[in-house]
Design a protein around this ligand. Structure first.
Ligand code: ZN
Length: 488
């Protein structure tokens, strides 16, 4: 689940480039975009997704090849070329949130795109803003965009189907969707404009607004106009919001993907008009996939699909430690990782930490839905052709205080207690959550379909090769040379 607002735009000066290099690199990350959507809805695609599938290098076996398939770790691999084990961004809540850099003019969490102080903007409650890390004020073009109050004018707006209802094979009336309320078309935004600006993040129009803002940014910042390659990174979050609320097999996600396709078509067309098709390099990928909600999976015969909530187990372990070693939350559990912040201090209080952890591992193994529980140190020597082993090795830094890693069975999900648990969820080292699209399109890219297994950490080294850049630190990915024109 995306717990944070997301960045939408990063303009980074890369290097002076001779003419064959693109003027603009556009990296589009669609939150929770499963690659099977592109197959499922392909006959109805006619915009940007169709163009990328037809003209691009399409890697059909691409993964966010780490274990905690959440938004922050997923995004972090794409332009760094490094695993969470090497960046320290191991969950939405670990290694990401920075309380020293509040948003400008608004309250809300931040999720930085990187350390370079470039132009980086988020959507929050009706406005695009940045954090104090990146600047002390908003530039004129952002203030002018906000002054149009487009999100607030969506008050009372209706989300209806793009195509006739007969073109959607999915049933619309599925009472489990969206927590049992508002699970059928048409969907309505609140009549109150401030509430509508918040709720906008859950309907397709949000992606169109984000792309309009990104286009405005390319104009205002004159990207690609200084004889060097510029980078535009755009994150589109609505697919994640709709996927969590309605699930990956819903009529709502179907309509979202069709609209996303049209929005991307317009967006890319405008970039091609401005820069020329031969001057734009496009990358499309996702930060993770998603697992269907267990209630639906059970109805389809996967009887052991369950929601797993380890909270009470962790709470009683903490209570037992408090009685022995003093009051604090020694153990924390986050999306399959059991973290112990201060092992030496606990040991100094006379606690046999290994035995506490082993005991907890046994209890976690006993939870319905749990497939395996491992100590990260034990995984290092295991067979990395096992995707679960490999993804945990890519996930956990040795010094992060992760004592145990817990993997669920396919079709089971981590969840939260009421009132607002997500319907569908991601975060597991399963293929449903880790499999993502990876498409490159542009100059020096050989169009076609590629079946070799690749990963999102391969994107950064590939871009570096195309742009003639030498990475400043060792990267985990490899250059996707099979998709590059000869001579690269
Ligand atoms: Zn999510």
């Amino acid at each position: 689940m995306t717990r944070s607002v997301l960045w939408v735009l990063a303009a980074v000066g890369l290097a002076p480039a001779p003419s064959p290099r693109p003027r603009l690199v556009v990296v589009i990350t669609v939150d929770q975009l499963r690659p099977d959507y592109l197959d499922r809805y392909r006959p109805q695609l006619q915009g940007g997704l169709r163009l990328l599938l037809r003209e691009g290098a399409v890697f059909r076996d691409a993964y966010q090849d780490h274990a905690v398939t959440e938004t922050a770790p997923g995004h972090s691999t794409i332009l760094s070329g490094r695993w969470p084990a090497h960046t320290g961004i191991i969950a939405n809540t670990v290694g990401v949130l920075d309380s020293t850099a509040p948003l400008i003019g608004l309250a809300g969490p931040i999720l930085p795109i990187g350390r370079a102080k470039q132009s980086v903007y988020w959507y929050q409650s009706g406005y695009f803003t940045t954090s104090r890390y990146y600047g002390d004020s908003l530039p004129l073009w952002v203030r002018a965009f906000n002054a149009r109050r487009l999100p607030f004018e969506e008050a009372g707006a209706v989300w209806n189907l793009l195509l006739p209802a007969r073109d959607y094979p999915e049933p619309d009336s599925v009472p489990y969707e969206n927590g049992g309320a508002g699970f059928m078309f048409p969907h309505h935004l609140p009549a109150d404009s401030a509430q509508a600006a918040v709720a906008l993040a859950g309907i397709p129009t949000m992606d169109s607004l984000t792309l309009a803002f990104a286009l405005e940014g390319t104009r205002a910042l004159r990207l690609g106009g200084r004889g060097a390659t510029d980078l535009l990174a755009v994150s589109l979050s609505t697919t994640d919001a709709i996927g969590h609320a309605f699930g990956p097999d819903s009529r709502e996600i179907h309509d979202q993907i069709l609209r996303l396709d049209r929005y991307l078509g317009t967006f890319l067309q405008q970039l091609f008009v401005r820069y020329g098709t031969g001057n734009v390099l496009v990358v499309l990928t996702a930060d993770h996939g998603v697992t269907p909600y267990p209630e639906r999976s059970r109805a389809l015969g996967r009887r052991d699909a369950v929601r797993v909530i380890p909270d009470s187990l962790i709470a009683s372990a903490n209570a037992a430690l408090d009685r022995r070693a003093g009051g604090r939350d020694w153990l924390q559990f986050d999306t399959g990782m059991l973290l112990l912040a201060d092992r030496p201090r606990l040991a100094a209080q006379g606690v046999n930490v290994d035995s506490v952890i082993a005991d907890l591992a046994g209890q976690l193994r006993g939870l319905p839905g749990v497939a395996r529980v491992d100590r990260p140190a034990d995984l290092a020597a295991q067979d990395t052709t096992d995707a679960v082993v490999r993804r945990w090795i890519h996930q956990v830094p040795p010094d992060a205080g992760v004592e145990l890693v817990v993997t669920l069975k396919p079709y089971s999900i981590w969840t939260y207690p009421p009132p607002n648990p997500p319907i569908a969820m991601h975060g597991q080292p399963t293929d449903a959550d880790a499999h993502v699209p990876l498409i490159l399109m542009g100059p020096e890219i050989r169009r076609g379909t590629y079946d070799r297994r690749v990963s999102t950490v391969d994107i950064a080294p590939t871009l570096a090769r195309l742009l003639g850049l030498t990475p400043a630190e060792p990267l985990d990915g490899r250059v996707l040379a099979e998709a590059l024109a000869a001579g690269n």
